[in-house]
Design a binder for this molecule. Structure first.
Ligand code: ATP
Ligand code: MG
Length: 429
């Protein structure tokens, strides 16, 4: 195929054999969030570039080098969203959803775009499920967000493979004091820092904590720690969160180097990390951002949220072989019809059965074919049963119900009794 007809590097098709797993994950998450009282919001994929600059921060990896930014025909600078929080805050403000201190518990799902180096677990179009809560400022809601993700890991069968890391970044004043101490310390050992960290020390010093460079990491061992600079309010908040997690029995470790890539976090930050995916170890990350709404032009409004990477969760399910059986099978029954008259009757019969069993996954053979070829297709479909309709069956108004997965003998069932019979078979099968 000519190059121009290939997908863009790092932007993947999700093929039919993969979509059942995606839909399984999506339905698990959406049901769970429904049950906890979160409501879905859908935002556009493209926003004014200014939105991301103002919310994410000019000196972040995302804004400095990862955004897909272009000028549209009006000359406006637009950007494919690199994350969901900015647009969610914009939407909430634009529609007055947090006015008068209204609480909002929201979630969204969809593609995000970042120009990064594509590799396993890291793509240029990837998908996130995100949650954002507004106007609740206590540690109870931070704990709820963590508890519900913990439940999700349990439901997905990946709980043993993820670990929770926590930190508190304090208020912006506390962070400013800490930043000053960190800059003083790192400046005294400037020569030992890698080039990128030297640059970050000037532009966004907390990000030095995030470094992957071993030499710089060695320097960081003796660096001042944020916990020692926490203000009283943030300290109490953090203690409240830890107490709730302890009571709920959720294990965690405090990671003083956890700062998150985005500028807007304050107080609680957390990540769920795994060692099952190589370098791309964070499956879910979030935290509190009490200053963001005001920074974006709204009234002071507390906020807390997280986002999880769908591709990384899919990789986890595959790596840990936690793919439920119900998604491996996409067809319950496959209807084979032999001869013109039977074919005609097959469609009407299958519609009747669908009326009676709306959840039945019934596939009807298309394109005729011999006995042998239709059975082959029935078997390949993964169906539990083949329904057989030939001239004899037609004359007697019955069908043959043939088990394809070795459960018993073929039976002959009257059309009138078919739905009831299948309902029992499928539940038992
Ligand atoms: P990382 O440190 O892996 O780059 P991040 O801090 O940039 O992650 P966030 O912006 O917090 O990530 O996004 C939340 C989650 O979205 C991540 O924990 C990850 O699971 C997922 N994610 C982020 N970037 C990508 C990407 N390029 N490809 C696939 N998933 C991603
Ligand atoms: Mg990143």
């Amino acid at each position: 195929m000519s190059k121009s007809l290939q997908a863009i590097r790092g932007m993947n098709d999700t093929l039919p054999e993969q979509t059942p797993l995606w839909r399984y994950l999506e339905s698990k998450v959406s049901r769970l969030l429904d049950n906890y009282g979160y409501k879905q919001i859908r935002m556009p994929i493209v926003e004014f570039t200014e939105l991301f600059k103002r919310s994410i921060g000019e000196v972040t990896d995302i804004v400095e080098k990862e955004m897909y930014t272009f000028e549209d025909r009006n000359g406006d600078s637009l950007t494919l969203r690199p994350e969901g929080t900015a647009a969610c805050v914009r939407a909430v403000l634009e529609h007055g959803l947090t006015g008068g201190g209204q609480v909002q518990k929201l979630w969204y799902i969809g593609p995000m775009f970042r120009h990064e180096r594509p590799q396993k677990g890291r793509y240029r179009q990837f998908h996130q499920i995100g949650v954002e809560v507004f106007n609740l400022d206590g540690p109870d809601i931070d704990a709820e967000l963590i508890v519900l993700t913990w439940r999700l890991w349990g439901e997905l069968g990946i709980r043993d493979a993820v670990k929770l890391e926590l930190n508190s970044l304090g208020t912006s004043e506390a962070r400013a004091r800490y930043r000053a101490a960190l800059v003083e310390y790192l400046s005294s050992r400037l020569g030992e820092l890698d080039e990128d960290s030297q640059r970050r020390l000037k532009s966004n010093p907390l990000r030095v904590l995030d470094t992957k460079n071993a030499d710089t990491q060695a320097v960081l061992v003796d660096a001042p720690k944020m916990v020692d600079y926490l203000d009283e309010e943030s300290r109490v908040h953090f203690e409240g969160l830890k107490a709730r997690l302890d009571t709920a029995g959720i294990p965690y470790t405090i990671n003083p180097k956890l700062v998150r890539g985005l500028d807007y976090y304050s107080k609680t930050v957390f990540e769920w990390v795994t060692d099952k995916l190589g370098a791309q170890g964070t499956v879910c990350a979030g935290g509190r951002y009490d200053g963001l709404v005001e920074q974006m032009g709204g009234k002071p409004t507390s906020g807390v949220g997280f986002a999880m990477g769908i591709e990384r969760l899919i990789l986890m399910l595959e790596t840990l072989e936690q793919i439920p059986e119900e998604i491996a099978r996409q067809v319950d029954v496959y209807l084979c019809a032999f001869g013109e008259a039977a074919e005609l009757a097959a469609l009407a019969l299958s519609e009747r059965v669908r009326d009676q069993l709306p959840n039945l996954r019934l596939q009807i053979n298309a394109g005729a074919g011999s006995f042998k070829s239709q059975f082959k297709k029935a078997d390949k479909s993964g169906a539990l049963y083949a329904l057989i309709l030939g001239d004899d069956e037609l004359a007697q108004q019955v069908v043959g119900v043939k088990p394809l997965r070795g459960q018993g003998e073929q039976q002959t069932i009257a059309w009138d009794a078919l739905a009831e019979h299948l309902a029992i078979c499928i539940v038992q099968g």
